[in-house]
Every structure is written in structure tokens, then in C-alpha cells.
Ligand binder design. Sequence first.
Ligand code: C2E
Ligand code: MG
Ligand code: MG
Length: 417
Amino acid sequence: MPNQLAFKDRLELTIALANNQHNKVAVLDLDLDNFKLLNNSLGFHAGDELLKKIATELKTCISDTGTLCRVGSDEFLIALPNCVDEQTITTFVCTILKSVSQPIQLAKQTLSLSCSIGISVFPDDGNNYNDLINRASEARRLAKKNGGNGYYYFTEQLNKNSLEFLCLSHQLRDAVVKNQFVLHYQPQLDLVSGRIIGAEALIRWQHPTEGLLYPAKFIDIAEQTGLITEIGIWALKEACQQAVTWQKSGIEPITVSVNVSALQLRRGNMVSVVQTILNETGLEPRFLELELTESILIENIEQTVLQLNQLKALGIKLSIDDFGTGYSNLAYLHKFNIDKLKIDQSFVRNIDTPANQAIVLAIVQIGHALGYRVIAEGVETEAMKTHLLTSQCDEAQGYLFAKPIPSPLFYEFLLAR
Ligand code: C2E
Ligand code: MG
Ligand code: MG
């Protein structure tokens, strides 16, 4: 374990890197609760053993992402680089609290420990070693004062945010069990014929007290807590079921598109999940499309190609959502067995500028050259539609045609056309 001097070096390096990449760095000051009491009653030898075990636990939590050092008898410092937001930090801190509190076997006894953690964040709470360390330890004293076994951010607002995060993630778990989700549907049109050819299923959460919540409020939390797997399965099944219901009612069959998060692809056994749901609902595979995020194009390319091939072999369609905003690895794009690119709405929104026109045109051309269809999202005006037609974009989706609406309204919308 590095000593405090080495820790200082590492933290300063981490800060310099984060400064260039506009990332946050969290500094954690961790102190075991009631360690002196344990040390005195168990004896120093057992106390040493205990510290070793805790240090090993902490190392495992941090793996190779952060830096850990021991400063006092039972005090540790942790530097956590590449924190995108404070939710990443809160999630990590909760993991530490949980692993420290796991029962430890020592001197034929089972002990249960806890700790207090103070957190300061670069650049919000300081931009140098001293400020960050001092503020983390000030926050740690507050955590202790509040009874220990917990954490405290130096910045009050972050305490509030993190409370909201924990509260929401708890309620989200409940929402899965209580079935509080609903899908709204937004039509997708063929630009030339004007025909409705599909519907994107967009999830909403009917929160018991907050009303209808949009995905921006909870999808991140669902991903960070892993709940997205369960929620994703629900959404997929619900959308397939709905498509079958529409078909049975006699309207012309349309494709339903379901959003799939990168985490679902990486963790879940998507191929068998999709297969099972198709079997259970009886939806013909060609009427299901999965919208994947661009980020999957850069991770584990080989494995992703394999997985997408397996999904395609089921007979379903695949599209890349928000294309052009993430990490479009053009070198690999042609290797992916997909059907469609979805031009991100930011390009459509500003399509009246020459730069965005050029980008939209380029995406359409890349798509067509690779044999994919291209759809634009966020189409709000006739002018945007005209630009897209001129660029030979195939399909469109947006408020100009309809907002996402509950399924009964969507059915009426289909009938009225
Ligand atoms: P997305 O897949 O890119 O969905 C398009 C978003 O743009 C939707 O927001 C939609 O309501 C909005 N939109 C559609 N037309 C227009 C328009 O003309 N103008 C403007 N300003 N906005 C328009 P929504 O429903 O809030 O969904 C946000 C994101 O949440 C989605 O982005 C998708 O990434 C995610 N999401 C939604 N449902 C699910 C789901 O079931 N699973 C997963 N993993 N993610 C989902
Ligand atoms: Mg989408
Ligand atoms: Mg999108």
C-alpha cells in the first residue's frame, strides 16, 4: 500500500489528468468506527489482523481504478479518478460501506465493523492536495458526529443529491416489484410515402407521489444499480405484447423499437431473453427492432459482433440510436450486422446550419453505402422534414408527427390515418 507521500504524488497526477479530461476526482477519508475499543479489548495482535483484513477488502473494492493509502492507525485515504458524476461516487462509497460491514472472523469470534467516510471532490471542493484532503477529513468528522457508519460530502448540495439518488434507487427497486412502469409509443414514418412503419416504445415511471417520471430521471440510476436488466426485460415483453395486440385488432402490422442499454447487452443473456419473449408473446421476429447505443461499438468488439449476429439470426432488426454523438468507431461500423442508423436529434434540431446539414448528409451517405436505412429523430418542423427529404433520409420520428403517447391513444392515432 502506498504511503501518504506516494499517495500525494498519485493524487496530484490524477488531478492533472482529470483537469485535461474534465473529469471529477473523489477523495475519501475513511476511518473505522470504534476501532480503539476493539483494539483494546481484543489485543493489539488481533487489531493488526483486523486492519489487514480491512485493507484487503478496501483493495478489492478499489481494484486498479483508484489509489489507497493508510495514514493513521485506522484511517485510510482513497483517491478515485474518472468520476463522471457524484452518483458514481455515491455508488462506490456504498460498496465500501457494505464490504467493511461484512462479518469478519477473528480470534474465534465474528466481528462486525463499520466506518465513517468523508468525501471531497475535485474540482468542486478544491484543486490541490491540501484542500481536498482537509475538506475530506472535515466531512469525515461530520459523518462521525452523525453516528458513524455512513458518509458525508464536504459540499452540502452533494449530500442532498446523494440522498435523492439513494432514495430514488430504493423506490426504483420497489417500482419493479409493484409494476409502476408504462410504455408510451411514438410513430416512425417512411419520409417519402408518409406511412407509419413503426413505433418506438419509451418508458415512463408512474411514481406514487411524484407523478409521471421521464427516463432522464431514472435510467442512469437503473443502470448504476443494475436494475436496468429487470426493467429492460419488462419493457421488451410489454412492447412485444402490445405489437401482437395491435396486430390482432386488425391494423396493418408495424415494427416496435425497444431501447436496450449497453449494460443489458454486456450483462444479460440478451439472445435467450429475446428468444423467450418472442416465443411467449408470439410476435414475429421481423416486427421487433432493438435500439442499441453507440457506446457498444467500442467495447469488446469481437464479442459484440458475435452477439449481434446471434440476435440477427433470431430474425429481429437492430439499429444504432443517437448516432454521431458517441464513439462512432467507423472502422468497425461495417462489421456490425445492423439495419438502421438513427441520426441524433441534436443534428436535426440545428439542421438549418450548413455544418449540421453536412453532418446529416454524411450520416445518410455512410448508412446507405453500408446498406443500412437511416432514420432521423426529433423532427419538429416542416422545414426539418424538407431538409431530411433532400438529404435522402429514409425515415423520421418527432413531434411534427406525434409525441410519444400511451398505447390507447396510439391505437386511435393509427386508426385515424
Ligand atoms: P431516445 O431513444 O433517443 O428517445 C428519443 C427521445 O426524444 C425520447 O425522450 C422522445 O420523447 C424524445 N423526442 C421524440 N421526438 C422529439 C421531438 O420532436 N423533439 C424533442 N425535443 N424530443 C423528442 P424520452 O422518452 O424522454 O426518452 C429519453 C431516453 O431514455 C431515450 O432516448 C432512451 O435512450 C431512454 N429510454 C427510454 N425508454 C427506455 C427503455 O425502455 N430502456 C432503456 N434502456 N432506455 C430507455
Ligand atoms: Mg431510442
Ligand atoms: Mg435517440
